[in-house]
Design a protein around this ligand. Sequence first.
Ligand code: SAH
Length: 247
Amino acid sequence: MVSLHSWRAFIYMGICFFAMTQANAGAGEPAAPDRYAAARQHMVEQDLQGRDIGDSAVLAAMVKVPRHLFVDGRHQDEAYADHPLPIGENQTISQPYIVALMTQHLKLKPTDRVLEIGTGSGYQAAVLAEVAGRVYTIELHERLAWQAEKLLRTLGYDTVSVRCGDGFFGWPEQAPFDAIMLTCAPVQIPQPLIDQLCEGGRIIAPVGGVLQVQELLLGTKKQGRMSFQTIAPVRFVPMRGQAEKNT
Ligand code: SAH
């Protein structure tokens, strides 16, 4: 027979468990373990730390954000392999290493305001939200923008705002930004984006035509002037919209 005392203890344990799972639900808290937690940890150790990703905030973000929820359901089991994956509408999510590398180069502080062009699945935006203060992200494709917004809300990423539109023009109402990241490749970085970068701001973008080798460029604004350095050869989907007309 179960005594009243043990029933009380049982109910108390239940309440504690409920409170713990609720506490883990927010974006600011550690992620609740999922069946991919070990694969995610392994990916971070082998493909990121094992290479040149050393920024502890970036590594913590990559351990936390559940990449498998951002990829197409059929590819969930591949979510923690270091390669790009389809996200629908002929678009791809970058390999984890490139996501981490680009984020690391922006040297983000917890108070920084970041603009991302090319929301796609919303994965990169979630990683940015883990290390920066506020994230604004623009996606040209309506269905992708809507889906990403819904998933980010569900996961508790309340510091991310998604807009559907042409990222060429940036988000002037929210400018200036401390950092800007493009995850689609223009032939030339759009001037409105440079204009929306604050003094000391950083911009990272794959630059190059569809049939050309693209280069990942990191730009810094000092006294109103941009200086650029090349980080690595990369392959991203092209930037559509106004950027195509300007080439
Ligand atoms: N960062 C994404 C992957 C981006 S794939 C992620 O983490 O999943 C590149 C995205 O850029 C695609 O979704 C594509 O639709 C979008 N894109 C292309 N041209 C654009 C433009 N001019 N403005 C905004 N988004 C654009």
